[in-house]
Ligand binder design. Sequence first.
Ligand code: ZN
Length: 423
Amino acid sequence: MLTLGRYSVGAGDRFAQQAEAQLQAFVLAAEKGIDITPVWNKSNREHLIVGSEPSNVIAAAETAVKKLKWNKSWHVDADHIRLETVDWFIPHSDFFTIDVADSIGKPAPAADVMAFVDCHPELAGHVVVPGIAESLKTSRADVENIGSKYLFAVREAGNIYRRILNARGESNFITEVSMDETDSPQTPVELLVILAALADEKIPLQTVAPKFTGRFNKGVDYAGDVTRFEREFNDDLAVIRFAVKQYGLPDNLKLSVHSGSDKFSIYAPIRRALQKTGAGLHLKTAGTTWLEEIIGLAEAGGEGLGLAKEIYAEALVNMEDLCAPYAAVIDIDPGKLPPADVVAQWSAAQFAAALRHDPQRRDFNPSLRQLLHVGYKVAAEKGERYLALVRACDRTIARNVTGNLLERHIKALFPGAASEAYE
Ligand SMILES: [Zn+2]
């Protein structure tokens, strides 16, 4: 089976211009003995908004890999695919994130739910999961309820998995199942039931993305109860170890944290958990690189700064449309958004400081950052004019893209990647 390494980071690259700058962060980490597998991920939604296609992602990645002589693993992730969107990704991806969040809660046939519960008597009662202080207490009725809520979605995951399997053949792709884009978080007990059901579907799951407690807004820090998150995260890790043994799932199965960029306040708890347990982790980032692209444009001054301001001004006008598809994952305070004519007077340093995710700085503006996060459609509409300027401002952009991934993400999150290891 094609196996995903213990630590991996999903690097989104909206306009397929930053693969080399992104890979550079992994090269620098590897030089210090920290092995993190780069995975270039892009969703159907991003492709449609940008006007790109799956073959562009692998082409950009291959070019970067050759240029930097990267001789370790790397992958291309067809992110958040469904039965109706998977096909065009299949020839160009070796990692598939099967998204069944929309199927959660759809009713599975009652007889199937009963058969599932009968098949899994071990799930009802006191389930002793090593690593969780108290046993998970569930009744047969609980398992039935959870089964009714998730079984349809799990079957759907099986259908999508088998479609990929039939087209690609066995063993040459990595499978993730994601359930994060939904309203309520999954508890560790629910995760356990879901894993049992996914194993029944014979999906060789290597990563699973539950919805965690708290808000994972795009491009900004975690908003929620960090202590509660830490407990839940550790319980989820214990459930995964248990399910791997109990149900014969791949032993590298690990958690995948979606919208994982910029969640600085939970990186220390996650790092502690990984250190303590030896568990792996997949962290998905997407828009954080595109924001660094804008920061780099602004820092280049001149036309670059002009275009960054123009994109902001147009994003402001089109805010409602841009935010609509992301409503559940952004929290913009319109009162905190500076008017376009004010921003027009800003220096490069002012623009960069407002946008760059440095929570210590008083001039950092999370509302402006989130608006620009969803504003990539504005840049996409500028087409070649945007891309040409990005290429012209390559030096300032690459510095920001590499630095962001390495300093604020890889170093902060992965054990063995303590900052002193890099000095
Ligand atoms: Zn996601």
